[in-house]
Structure formats: C-alpha cells, structure tokens
Write a new protein. Structure first.
Length: 336
C-alpha cells in the first residue's frame, strides 16, 4: 500500500485550488485546505471549478477543509503549500502564520508565490526546514466564494531555495519528489529547475513592471499599450531596469524578454493584473517582494533604477493609505 504525502494548503483561491486539485489527482497526496472567506460556502457545497485543464467540476473538495491552521502536535504534514499573496510589510507575515503547523526540521514548505527573496523569512524562522520555490504561470481566479475559473493552462516550475544549513542534494530531491506528486494526475505541466533565481527574475519583468504600472495608473494591460506613450516612457524603462538588475545579480535574461513581456497578453483581452485588482478592491498589495526586493538588489549593485524607484515609492504611499483605511495605522486628529 502506497503511503500518501500529507499536504496542508494555505490559500485556496484561484491558484491554490487548482494546485490542491492537481495534488490529489495522482493519488499520491491527501490535501487539507485552510479556508477563510470561502470556508462556509466550500464546506457546504464544495468548489465549482471551470478549468481549461480539468473541464467543469461541481462540488469538489480536497480531503479536508478547515478554517484555521492546525497544530503539528495534532496532525503532522509532509508539505505546507502556501498559495497566498506575500504581504511582507504587514504582520503577521506568512512565515509567522504557518508556525503552528510546521514540524521543525521535517515539514517541507512550498511557496507558490511571486517575488524575490520570499524565502528569507522562512529560513530565519525555520532554519532546518527545506523550502521550495513554485513559480506559477496560470490564469485562474476565484470569481465568487468557491467558484474558480481557470482560463489558461497550469504551468508550475518547482525548485529548491538554497538553505545553507542543508545539503543541496537533499533539497533538490525534495523538489523533484514534489514535482512527481503534483504531476501525478497528468493534467498539468510541472517541472523541476535547478536555477530558481532565473525563473523568478524572468517573471519579475512582468510582475515588477506591468503589474505595478497597471496598479498605479488604474489601466489594464491593453489600455496601457493604447495610452499614448506610457509604454515607452514608463513601462519599457522599468522592464529594462529589472533586466539590468538581474544581470548585475548574475542572471542574464533573454535579450527579447522586454518586447515579449509587453505583448504577452493579447491587447483586446484587456487583462487586469492581480495588483490592479487588489488596488481596486481596497486590498494591500505585495509590492515589497515584487518590486522592492529587485529594486534593492539592483541599486545595491550600482544599477540606476529611476522608473522602478518612482513606482516603488508610489505603491508604498498607496499601501499606507490602505493600511489607514483598514485601521492598521492611526493618524493625529484633524486640527480645527
């Protein structure tokens, strides 16, 4: 009898729900999903999924749904898969939130999240746990509580963040094992990489630039390209700065990556990147890991990054406004 891997999923939105589905399809894992706003709906009716990979599925549930993170003293997990936004400038951080479920030195943490240096808080808090990188290229959203619509194929690149306290071979073997589990149902494209930084910097050309420019201007990816000289005066310079920062950090990106990234979404799709949606919903954004970290990596190596600097500080001010609106920051009373 095959022993199944025990997986705890944090973040069952558009990306996380499809990840949970893929993990269960091959029969190699059981998935416990931690739900928040959609808990009542899913606990009662399950997920309604419309997917280019899986077709239409009604009433699907992972093996268990819970509304709080369980303790490792009650149930031990082989993997904790995190598919939430990475909000680095707000406490509690994700590294803090998952603490009850982490078995020190045993649980493998899988971060299916965007951005750079996202592993550092986990290495600090769990120095003897393997931490894996998941770079996801999927267009999947939770349209309403429990209703998931996936309109682009699931492509997931898995590798090991290099934990200096552990053997590299052990970390890469853990990454390959996760790829095998995730791919078991043969409904997805999942592959191993031994070059995590390359894939993270590649995706940053979009996420640190198109995502942020759309969020600041309020325009989608089609209208950005229709809005006069916005591409040439703001978007392209920001992308070229990210490419230069990557090169300074030892990562050479393809020469054509800027042009390809600008045109990656069909113009008339009028795609709304995730950060634009967060701004319009009054949510906090993951601007620190998407833009702040590559900006700091580049400027520390002497790369001029004026466009990225402007975008970063604008988003930082916008984040402050959201925190005030949510009551996370108090300001002095108005003088009368």
């Amino acid at each position: 009898m095959t022993i199944k891997a025990s997986v705890l999923l944090i973040g069952a939105g558009g990306v996380g729900t499809i990840a949970a589905l893929n993990l269960t399809l091959g029969g190699q894992a059981t998935v416990t999903a931690v739900l928040r706003s959609n808990y009542s709906k899913v606990a009662t009716d399950g997920f309604h999924i419309k997917s280019v990979d899986h077709g239409e599925i009604k009433g699907w549930r992972p093996h268990e749904v819970v509304n709080k993170i369980p303790s490792h003293t009650e149930q031990q997990f082989d993997y904790i898969v995190v598919a939430t936004k990475s909000i680095a400038d707000h406490s509690p951080t994700t590294a803090e939130l998952i603490s009850p479920a982490v078995s020190p030195g045993k649980t493998i943490i899988v971060l299916i999240q965007n951005g750079l240096n996202i592993e550092k808080p986990f290495f600090e808090r769990y120095p003897h746990n393997i931490c894996l990188s998941g770079v996801s290229r999927i267009d999947s959203h939770e349209i309403s509580p429990g209703f998931i619509e996936q309109v682009d194929r699931d492509r997931l690149i898995i590798g090991a963040f290099t934990n200096p306290n552990l053997e590299i071979a052990e970390q890469e073997a853990a990454a390959q094992a996760f790829v095998d589990i995730y791919s078991g149902g043969r409904k997805t494209f999942c592959e191993f990489t031994d070059n995590v930084p390359l894939h993270r910097w590649q995706k940053l050309v979009y996420n640190a630039c198109m995502n942020t420019v759309c969020a600041v201007t309020g325009l989608d990816t089609g209208r950005i390209r229709l809005a006069g000289d916005t591409v040439e005066t703001l978007l392209r310079p920001a992308m070229e700065e990210i490419v230069a920062a990557a090169k300074a950090a030892g990562i050479k990106l393809p020469q054509e990556i800027v042009d390809k990234t600008i045109d990656t979404d069909p113009l008339t799709l009028y795609m709304r990147p995730s950060m634009l949606e967060d701004v319009q919903r009054g949510n906090m954004t993951e601007f620190e890991n998407l833009l702040g970290e590559p900006l700091r990596e580049g400027t520390a190596r002497g790369v001029p990054m004026p466009a990225a600097t402007f975008l970063y500080h604008t988003l930082k001010a916008m984040q402050w406004r959201v925190k005030e609106q949510k009551g996370l920051i108090s300001v002095p009373s108005k003088t009368v």
